[in-house]
Design a binder for this molecule. Structure first.
Ligand SMILES: *[C@@H]1O[C@H](CO)[C@@H](O)[C@H](O)[C@H]1NC(C)=O
Length: 178
């Protein structure tokens, strides 16, 4: 099952206003808190079998090195945040898909998904023309479900989510570089 942008927007439509009313930086900050080390360790590693991996598309694995390369290619910061949002949302949806209803990591993953959905409101107004072509292509591939796949540990997916979040939102949101 591949839930793309359409599903994200559906959820946004019914999401309570409480979270949706927050701005981009506040939501990114909440995500950063939720992605802190002890939580990633507990929910994405200890609660999973040893060496558990999921299969995801290559484009879902967005590392800081990717972002550096794209920055060197003069991709705009807004486009990079848009790409990060799609890669991270897709990763979280994939983790959610493998978790049974009563799995101890399910609530946590659902909360991440809700925060990302709320953040998606910020980006839902982007049109193809607002995003750099290279990023538009990556986002399209990411949702196409037909590119090469790769086995990745769930924690590694969220490690990347957090590292890239810090890289892209730190200066943008003027967070202390602590
Ligand atoms: C990041 O780089 C790797 C190769 O190092 C590539 O497989 C992957 O598709 C890239 N991801 C994005 C989102 O560009």
């Amino acid at each position: 099952m591949h839930q793309g942008c359409a599903a994200v927007l559906c959820v946004l439509a019914v999401l309570g206003l409480e979270v949706a009313a927050l701005g981009e930086c506040e939501l990114a900050r909440l995500l950063q808190d939720k992605l802190r080390y002890e939580m990633r360790l507990q929910y994405m590693k200890h609660n999973f079998p040893i060496d558990y991996t999921l299969r995801v598309q290559h484009e879902e694995v967005l590392r800081t090195a990717n972002v550096t390369r794209l920055r060197d290619g003069k991709v705009s910061e807004a486009s990079l945040r848009y790409l990060w949002f799609h890669a991270c949302s897709q990763a979280v949806l994939h983790i959610l898909e493998v978790l049974p209803e009563k799995h101890p990591s399910r609530g946590y993953t659902q909360e991440l998904s809700q925060l990302l959905d709320a953040l998606g409101v910020e980006y839902s107004g982007y049109r193809q023309s607002d995003v750099d072509a290279v990023v538009a292509d990556l986002v399209k591939q990411l949702h196409s479900g037909d590119s090469r796949q790769k086995a990745v540990r769930p924690k590694a997916l969220l490690d990347n989510c957090l590292k890239v979040l810090r890289m892209l939102f730190g200066a943008h949101c003027r967070w202390d570089s602590a």
